[in-house]
Structure formats: structure tokens, C-alpha cells
Design a binder for this molecule. Structure first.
Ligand SMILES: [Zn+2]
Length: 496
């Protein structure tokens, strides 16, 4: 079945979007949540396991204190209430990635509740309310082998790796976010971006979306403009990049809008996001809480973080990213709009590192925001994944400042570096991409003036506006390697 997609903005003229974001963060503790196994990423399968995280009979869990402290810190940074007493709950389900046949999670007694996180999109502030922050153990990882897609459909057999089973995982759940209108997709992305920065500053996780230590489920529903009752929502699972968060919202807005316009119903279900096409497809239909038969975990004592501990942790919180960024903007002369654009494009850190590598703030911002973000979009990758380092960007910027590269040549150099042709100076050397020297420029200017005597005469008569075509001819003759300002000076000088 093909779904006709309505254009995003067109759909949002008629329907109000309601977002919900559930973010899972793997905590950066040295050991797992209920045992002493290592949490290091990338070890051979099933080498970081023990009787407890494999759920063998007779094993008993002991809660990792650092995981509790990290969770409390997250709650405090998100302005949450911290529970004085709460319990873990057993979430019963039978998938091969959870060897115990249940997951230890939190149900009706989360550790942190009722917080918020503010984001700014297009100069407009949005407060995203946080319903809960709770702690649970991660599942193992299934690997479906033999099929073309790596999904279970078409696979000949499946393998399971329990290294990840039992790693502490924090789930951060928002309340329904309303009133975002046409900015829904950007607000979703801005929220996950801001949350990632908060978590990174807290030092509680390495927040690597590409390694799965930060994973996001995007809930979306539409309601007719002016309606008060929420529509039926879908939950798009494991959206694994900031860009994909925005794309997943866009796709669901268009898909649901088309269904509603056609008089069809939106089915409440879990959907999968496809990175390659930017679309979603149905997964299993959504389980109800009762299907999990939650009950208080009998093998663990309740959690009762002492108030002194909570206040002690509050005192260690770093300043919020917004304060740190404002100071960064102040030092480098960026406006609030510059700042918002850099944050939401995901280049603020890259700009900061490029400045630290020696480039000017204006050039650093210009390179990332004005060129490299666009290149990343064309290449369909995150800007941070572009194959160019901040040192390379700073070097190109330096050559531009010194007049050794024109802006056009500088971009060609950047493209060549991204294409894997080598380091900046090597690329310039191999292509002969140097700005035309004074001698070469004079030859080109004289030739251009001689070729167009009418224009040369006009310039001689003091008509400076006639210079344009001669500059163009000089640029053409030098393959774009001329410094336009210097060419202009020379034309006026040599025409008279
Ligand atoms: Zn273990």
C-alpha cells in the first residue's frame, strides 16, 4: 500500500501536532546496574556477563550506587522533584534479549518527576515538561543473520549478545508537548539536542547516538485545529540521530495528515524509522501496561535517597548549557540568533573547537553554518560525521585570511578533504589550487582590457561600474583563483 503524503506545512495548517519524546540514556558507570560486570562498549559478544545479568537461578542483584546518583543528578538538572522513597518494579516480558524474562525497571514510583527543559526555536521559547525520569536495566542485543535487511523478517537465524543486558539505563519521558505548530519537528530536534548537552555536561553518559548510548522514541499525534481531544499517537522507535528525530516527526506529520484527510484512522502502534528513506513502517501494535504485569521487585530494597545526598549532588551540578553558551557568545561576539542557529544545527561545539584551533569566530561560524551544514545535508550525514577535522577547517580559514585561497577555492579544498583526497596543504599542492600571483593577475587584467576595448574606454572615462565584466573575465582566465578585490584595483590602475 502506498500512502500519499501531504506536505508538512500544508498538514500543519489544518492539524495541531502533539509531540511526546521518550529518551533512553545509557549511564556511563564503570559497572552494570545490579552486578559488577563491565559496561565497556565494543567487547566480543557475551564476555561481560555473570550469573546475575544472565538471570541464572540463585543470583541476587545489588544496586549500583553511582547509577542512583547519576539519575538523581539528571533529575535535578531537569528541575524535577526527587522521590524520598521509591521502588524498582519487574516488567515481565518474554523476548530473547532479556535472559531473566523480566526487566527491572520503575513503574508507578519513578525516582524523579515533574521537571522541564526549555528550548528556543526561531527566537521562540518552548518549555518541554518532563513527566518522569526513571532508572532501569538495558536489554541485550539480538542480531538477525542471513537476511538482507538485518531485521528478523527474512533471517535464517538469530544470535544474542548479553554484554549490554543490565547496563543502567535512564528513561526520560516528556508530557505531551502542544503548541509547537509548524515548528514541531524543529522543537523535537532542539529538545533532544539540549537534553544531550545537559547530560554530557553532567558527565553521566557519553551520549553517543550512533553507538546507542542515547536513543529516542518519538511519539506524535495530530488533532484538527481547534480540537481539544488528543488524536491517536504512534511511537517511532530508536531514532538514532538528531537529524533523524526531525525527519521522523516530519514523516509522521505527513503520513498521519494524509490518512486523516482521506477519512482513515491513525492506528496506535509502534513504528520503525528507516534512516535510508526517512520513512517509518509499522512494528508491533502497542502493548498496554497491564500486559507487562508490573509488580514491585522483591529482590531489591526500596530506594530512599537521603536529603543530604540529594542536596550534596545539587551543589555539584555544572551551570546549565544555556549559561555556558551565553558566555561563549559574549566572548566571541555572537548574537542570540547566531547562537540559536549554531545550537540547533548541532555545530556550536565544532565552531568553538575551530576557534580554539586558531580561526576567527566569524570565519568559524561561517564555515560550519554557511557551508559545511549544507554539505552534510547533501551527503546525507550528520555534520559532526563529515570527514573534515576542526584543525583542517581552521587551516583552510587561515589560508583564506592570508589571501592564499579565495572563498571559492577554499570551498573546493574543503570538498576535496571531505572526499578523502588528503590533508589541506596536500590537496592544494596536488590540484595547484593557489591564488593567482600578482604577475599572473596583471597578465590576465591586461588581456581582458585588450579584449574589450569599449569597456576599457568607459573605465578610463571614470565609469567604475563598468569594471564588473572585466573582473569576470579575469576570474575566468585564472580559473577562479584571482583575489577579486586585488583584481579590481589592478583593472582601475591599468585601464588608465
Ligand atoms: Zn553481570
Amino acid at each position: 500500500m502506498t500512502t500519499t503524503l501531504g506536505a508538512y506545512d500544508d498538514v500543519l495548517d489544518r492539524y495541531a501536532p502533539v509531540l511526546g519524546l521518550e529518551t533512553h540514556v545509557e549511564l556511563g558507570t564503570a559497572t552494570k546496574l545490579f552486578c559488577g560486570c563491565s559496561t565497556a562498549f565494543g567487547a566480543p559478544p557475551n564476555t561481560q556477563v555473570c550469573p546475575t545479568c544472565l538471570g541464572l537461578p540463585g543470583s541476587l542483584p545489588v544496586t549500583n550506587e553511582a547509577a542512583i546518583e547519576f539519575t538523581v543528578k539528571i533529575g535535578l538538572a531537569l528541575h524535577c522533584e526527587i522521590a524520598t522513597w521509591c521502588r524498582f518494579a519487574r516488567k515481565n516480558y518474554f523476548y530473547p534479549d532479556m535472559p531473566k524474562d523480566y526487566q527491572v525497571s520503575q513503574y508507578d514510583e519513578p525516582l524523579c518527576t515533574d521537571g522541564y527543559l526549555d528550548v528556543v526555536v526561531g527566537g521562540e521559547a518552548f518549555r518541554v515538561e518532563i513527566e518522569r525520569v526513571h532508572l532501569e536495566e538495558d536489554t541485550g542485543k539480538s542480531l538477525h543473520v542471513g537476511g538482507a535487511t538485518g531485521r528478523i523478517h527474512g533471517a535464517t537465524h538469530s544470535l544474542v549478545d548479553y554484554n549490554r543486558a543490565g547496563i543502567p539505563l535512564v528513561e526520560i519521558v516528556t508530557r505531551p508537548v502542544q503548541g509547537t505548530g509548524h515548528k514541531a519537528a524543529e522543537v523535537a530536534r532542539a529538545y533532544v539536542t539540549e537534553l544531550r548537552d545537559v547530560l554530557r555536561d553532567l558527565g553521566v553518559s557519553d551520549v553517543r547516538m550512533e553507538q546507542g548510548s542515547l536513543r529516542c522514541d518519538v511519539n506524535l499525534s495530530l488533532m484538527p485545529a481547534g480540537a481539544t481531544q488528543l488524536g491517536t499517537r504512534t511511537e517511532t522507535k530508536n531514532v538514532n540521530s538528531l537529524r533523524s528525530v526531525e525527519r521522523a516527526v516530519r514523516h509522521e506529520v505527513e503520513r498521519q495528515g494524509a490518512r486523516l484527510d482521506a477519512g482513515e484512522r491513525v492506528v496506535q502502534e509502534t513504528r520503525h524509522f528507516h534512516e535510508d528513506s526517512g520513512t517509518t513502517s509499522p512494528g508491533r501494535s502497542k502493548e498496554e501496561a497491564q500486559d507487562y504485569r508490573y509488580f514491585p521487585e522483591p529482590d531489591l530494597v526500596p530506594l530512599a535517597p537521603a536529603r543530604e545526598l540529594v542536596e550534596g549532588l545539587r551543589a555539584t551540578l555544572p551551570e546549565p548549557p544555556s549559561v555556558r553558551r551565553a558566555a561563549f557568545a559574549e566572548v566571541n561576539g555572537f548574537t542570540a540568533i547566531d547562537l540559536e542557529q549554531m545550537v540547533n544545527a548541532g555545530v556550536l561545539d565544532l565552531v568553538g573547537e575551530t576557534i580554539a584551533a586558531g580561526a576567527s569566530p566569524t570565519k568559524s561560524k561561517g564555515w560550519w553554518l554557511g557551508y559545511l551544514v549544507g554539505r552534510a545535508n547533501e551527503l546525507d550525514v550528520e555534520v559532526s560525521e563529515l570527514a573534515i577535522t576542526v584543525a583542517q577547517v581552521a587551516r583552510i580559514s587561515e589560508l583564506e585570511d592570508s589571501g592564499e585561497l579565495t572563498n571559492k577555492l577554499a570551498r573546493q579544498v574543503a570538498d576535496a578533504v571531505i572526499a578523502g583526497e588528503g590533508d589541506v596543504d596536500a590537496v592544494i599542492e596536488s590540484h595547484g589550487w593557489k591564488v593567482a600571483g600578482e604577475d599572473e593577475l596583471i597578465v590576465a587584467v591586461d588581456a581582458a582590457l585588450a579584449a574589450q576595448p569599449d569597456i576599457a574606454a568607459k573605465i578610463r572615462d571614470g565609469n567604475q561600474g563598468a569594471v564588473g565584466p572585466i573582473v569576470g573575465a579575469v576570474m575566468k582566465a585564472t580559473g577562479g583563483a584571482a583575489d577579486a578585490t586585488r583584481a579590481r584595483e589592478l583593472i582601475l590602475e591599468r585601464a588608465s
